[in-house]
Design a protein around this ligand. Sequence first.
Ligand code: RB5
Length: 154
Amino acid sequence: MASLEENTAAIAVGADHAGFPLKAELCSWLADEGRRVIDLGTTGRESCDYPYFASAVAREVASGRAGKGILVCGTGIGMAVAANRHQGIRAANCNDLFLARLSREHNNGNVLCLGARVIAPQLAKEIVQTWLTTPYQGGRHQLRLDMIEELASP
Ligand code: RB5
């Protein structure tokens, strides 16, 4: 079961133009579900650059102002690549339920990346729901997460 802190922590959300409609739908759904949402844009369908929004969400999560982040672009790939350049961020591109569950249980993922050109809104909501409510398993997985930090290039 998710802790109270996990349920009340803010979720930072960002998207580029390709992800904007899905982000809008996810933001209003999350708010309806009683989640605290920090919407960091974009605010329309005009073409824009995903690294800017990935960085904004990653900074919000890395600083602790948000407990988790959700990023949406066309595929989820660019967002994940960009967000993972930030210290303390474990972003995973999860366009199915299995990946969403495992990215929490094994990788303690703190940023979920979605592809608006890959999945339908209903599946995206199910992925978000799974990802937000699946706990990290720790144990042997923590040793591997520690290794990632130790082995990273300076
Ligand atoms: C934008 O056309 C697209 O490249 C972007 O949304 C994303 O899919 C990048 O990974």
